[in-house]
Design a protein around this ligand. Structure first.
Ligand code: FES
Length: 192
């Protein structure tokens, strides 16, 4: 009888150990995912981006500090739209945003040079990735849409300067990282 109990304890102990091993086996990938990789550390250095090939109206994505950066080459028409819908925005003067401390970023352009906007591609509601939607008044976004960034998670809307619309879950404009421009190069992570 004693033998039987000892054997049962041994078996239970073995099963429990195997369970822990299985859990550890499953957990390791997540833990290594959460731990900043060597690449992420490399990404903390300023990133140089050649913007010569970026066509007007198009957006390019880059990674900096492991986070997506959106760079859009805005056309003259896109820039003109920025003052046409300011009454729809929550913070058109960009007073409550995270951005470099320069007057240029508090203007409707929110950029060092109006043609290029540089934004952190992370929704200021709960961190989803907004979609670039440059078209005007598409059927799914309505007649009040003048082009910008739409977050599919909970419907937040941002204009082509990353300024948030009123009445959406996000309350703050898209963040602008430190950057500088030297001839045809944009240097993300380093101010001018
Ligand atoms: S995370 Fe973008 S709207 Fe919620």
């Amino acid at each position: 009888m004693e033998n039987l109990q000892t054997r049962r304890k041994f078996l239970l102990g073995t099963v429990a150990t195997m369970g822990s091993v299985a859990v550890v086996g499953v957990a390791v990938p997540f833990i290594s995912y959460l731990k900043p990789s060597a690449k992420a550390y490399v990404g903390a250095a300023p990133v140089e981006v050649d913007i010569t090939g970026l066509e007007m109206g198009r957006m390019m994505r880059k990674l900096w500090k492991g986070r997506p950066i959106f760079i859009v080459h805005r056309s003259k028409e896109m820039l003109e739209q920025l003052s046409a819908h300011e009454d729809l925005l929550a913070d058109s003067g960009s007073k409550n945003s995270t951005q470099p401390d320069k007057a240029e970023f508090k203007s409707k352009y929110r950029s060092l040079v109006p043609e290029f906007i540089v934004l952190l591609g992370v929704c200021t509601h709960l961190g989803c990735a907004p979609l670039y939607r440059p078209e005007i008044a598409p059927a799914d976004l309505g007649t009040d849409w003048y082009g910008g960034f739409y977050c599919p998670c909970h419907g937040s809307k941002f204009d082509l300067s990353g300024r948030v619309y009123k009445g959406v879950p996000a309350q703050i404009n898209l963040e602008i990282p430190e950057y500088s421009i030297q001839s045809n190069k944009l240097i993300i992570g380093k101010s001018a």
